[in-house]
Design a protein around this ligand. Structure first.
Ligand code: KE4
Length: 427
């Protein structure tokens, strides 16, 4: 069933560390060899052995309209004929900036970069440069990319591989990053009082997707904003995952909280490498060449990536989000019914088209400790059973499903039926 993937993995492992270009792709925590994909069309993925899957990962979020979306392909075909990069300003970047600032009102000015990691690294440097302060606060289980400041109690691939604190991050860097507990505002208050007036920013995934899906509770985000204002610190919403995925204006639109800086990625590239960070003009104007905070990039604002991203952003409207919500709700309802009828210790958390099935006897997963108490081995069994039935899930208990708007009734039915078979086998 996976002969060619196994061969491909052996070949890639001779040349690429771990055989992959991003650790979570190695399927380590789900205890099986990675699948190598050949192509994606709509809601389907096809591996090099010709196996077909319903894709519930959407390249970790970017592909709202599924694989090889016709408008995205048309944009790439059209603009690639005019060249691929100029290393100079183009109208495409201004068009993208217009689109982002229209959809996310808290962003008055925006700078394009090439990944979510670049966006968060730059946002933190900007916050430190703007405030003249040293420390940042992040939350255990939040993942903001692989920048040194963030690989402390980091989520996503870092906890998946049991490496939340990476070697190579110096003690001097690590000590400037303070760790709080998600949904625990007192843990943030304590850090502010301890490091009074020397905290540049709080960076948070407003809806956490990197310890599995964990939602903010009881006004947590509003309290964060109030604390930051009171202590002259900046609030950074890392919406690399949630931006344009949960709503046109991302999580900040849903929860009605405007951060000082927002970081973006994934969806805004339509599958091509793009990141961005933006916020109030008075903050963003600290950036070179206007101000002293330096950040640069050869391929930043790449014309193809801009047009591929715009081909997606321009189509995002309430109809699309309501369709995504209906698809995701039907899948979630079906899985919850299976869990109840089979009597498995598991719960499902969903918001919009993001969903995680946690193997736990808890009623809710509200923070890193809760997430780490889940049965990752049971998830590994579940993952493999679903893979063999042609359902491609995120290869980690500490990630999210991302559904696409092109999933069909038949896809939904197959996901629910396969889930029932898998849960019966591992119950
Ligand atoms: P990238 O550098 O991977 O484009 O973005 C880093 C990043 C920043 N902030 C948030 C909230 C993110 O979720 C991410 C990256 N997300 C992971 C998936 N959980 C990327 C997948 C991977 O690492 O291979």
């Amino acid at each position: 069933m996976y002969k060619k993937s196994i061969k491909a993995y052996k070949q890639s492992s001779d040349l690429i560390p771990g055989g992959v270009n991003s650790p979570v792709r190695a399927f380590k925590s789900v205890k099986c060899d990675p699948v190598f994909f050949d192509r994606g069309i709509g809601s389907k993925l096809y591996d090099v052995d010709g196996n077909k899957y319903i894709d519930c990962v959407s390249s970790w979020g970017p592909l709202i309209f599924g694989h090889a979306d016709k408008d995205t392909i048309k944009a790439i075909n059209k603009y690639s004929k005019r060249g691929t990069s100029y290393g100079a300003p183009t109208l495409h970047e201004t068009e993208m900036a217009k689109q982002i600032t229209k959809m996310v009102p808290s962003i008055e000015k925006v700078r394009m970069v090439n990944s979510g990691t670049e966006a968060t690294m730059s946002a933190v440097r900007l916050a430190r440069g703007f405030t003249g302060k040293r420390h940042i606060i992040k939350f255990a289980g939040n993942y903001h990319g692989h920048g040194d400041s963030f690989l402390i109690k980091a989520g996503s691939g870092a906890i998946t591989l049991g490496l939340p604190d990476s070697p190579g991050v110096t003690k001097n860097i690590a000590k400037d990053t303070l760790i709080a507990s998600f949904n625990n505002i007192e843990s943030v208050e304590q850090l502010f009082s301890k490091k009074e007036n020397d905290i540049a920013a709080v960076i948070v995934e407003p809806v956490s997707g990197n310890m599995g899906l964990v939602l903010p509770q009881n006004g947590f985000l509003k309290s964060l904003k109030r604390l930051c204002s009171r202590n002259n610190a900046l609030l950074i919403f890392d919406e690399v995952m949630t931006g344009f995925r949960l709503a046109k204006g991302g999580a900040q639109e849903i929860y009605g909280v405007s951060p000082d800086i927002t970081t973006l990625g994934k969806v805004i590239g339509g599958g091509l490498p793009v990141g961005a960070y933006g916020g109030k003009s008075k903050i963003m104007e600290s950036l070179a060449p206007l101000g002293p905070v330096y950040q640069a990039g050869t391929l930043s604002g790449n014309p193809l990536a801009m047009q591929a991203g715009l081909s997606v952003l321009k189509k995002l409207n309430n109809t699309v989000f309501s369709k995504l919500d209906t698809i995701s709700r039907e899948i979630t309802d079906g899985i919850r019914t299976n869990i109840k009828e089979i009597g498995v210790n598991a719960i499902v958390t969903r918001l919009g088209s993001m969903m995680t099935l946690f193997f736990t006897d808890k009623d809710e997963i509200n923070n890193y400790e809760d997430a780490m108490s889940c049965d990752a081995d049971k998830y590994a069994n579940y993952f493999k059973l679903m893979l063999d039935m042609g359902i491609y899930l995120p290869p980690s208990q500490f990630e999210c499903c991302f559904f696409s708007s092109v999933m069909t009734k038949a896809d939904i039915k197959k996901i629910i039926n396969s889930n029932r078979v898998a849960l019966q086998k591992i119950a």
